[in-house]
Write a protein that binds this ligand. Structure first.
Ligand SMILES: *[C@@H]1O[C@H](CO)[C@@H](O)[C@H](O)[C@H]1NC(C)=O
Length: 217
């Protein structure tokens, strides 16, 4: 009798352990890793990171009702202010795609899990890597004989958007670009390449702005 009870307990313990292992495995499966895309041909337009490496993004394709939705998320990471600080940054993952992680975890608004990311899980979701040290805004370079540092944020932005337009952004019906909207409205010329997704509504969600506005004439 005692032995049978022991076996019952042992079986129950095994079942619980198996359930925990399955839950852990499911949790693992939900971690979405997305590979880096180096922007093709970017270097030919001078769109390069601080160290001269090509700019990059990570794209997870949308599907179904979200196939024509695009969410652009910018990687953060502060700024550099002068030649020495930008030169130092060029030798780190903040200034070179060569030194960055090539796989990014897509979680939060980048997740493909409808339970965790009901608004955007099936949109095209893009993480733009930040390597110019000037918030995608600068356009200059520094040379002093021994070193060259590129501050080509504007060109990087242009190159990434041009590449994404060919990958479906041109046919977008809705675009959510977070803090990028501020960047766009500050520099009207940069709205131009984005005119193509005409009629698309640009939204700002989960960002600091919490507003919705169109950038289209
Ligand atoms: C060139 O600039 C870099 C970055 O500021 C600095 O480390 C280096 O010493 C400078 N070289 C010369 C020759 O001025």
């Amino acid at each position: 009798m005692a032995r049978r009870r022991l076996w019952t307990w042992a079986a129950a313990v095994v079942v619980v352990a198996a359930a925990a292992a399955a839950a852990a495995a499911a949790g693992q499966e939900k971690r979405l890793l997305v590979g880096m895309t180096l922007v093709p041909g970017a270097a030919s337009t001078g769109a390069v990171c601080l160290d001269g490496s090509p700019p990059a993004y990570h794209l997870h394709r949308g599907s179904g009702a979200g196939a024509r939705g695009w969410l652009l998320q910018f990687e953060g990471g502060g700024w550099c202010n002068d030649a020495p600080s930008c030169a130092a940054r060029a030798g780190t993952r903040r200034g070179s795609t060569r030194l960055m992680s090539k796989l990014e975890v897509f979680s939060g608004v980048l997740s493909n899990d409808p339970a965790r990311n009901p608004d955007f899980y099936n949109w095209n979701r893009v993480k733009l890597r930040y390597c110019d040290g000037g918030s995608f805004a600068g356009d200059s370079e520094f040379r002093n004989g021994s070193s060259v540092i590129y501050m080509r944020g504007q060109r990087i932005w242009d190159a990434i958007i041009a590449d994404l337009l060919t990958k479906g952004l041109a046919k977008a019906e809705k675009v959510s670009a977070g803090a990028a909207l501020r960047l766009l409205s500050r520099r009207p010329s940069y709205i131009l390449p984005l005119r193509q997704p005409r009629g698309a509504s640009w939204g700002c969600r989960h960002g600091e702005m919490h507003e919705r506005r169109g950038v289209f004439p």
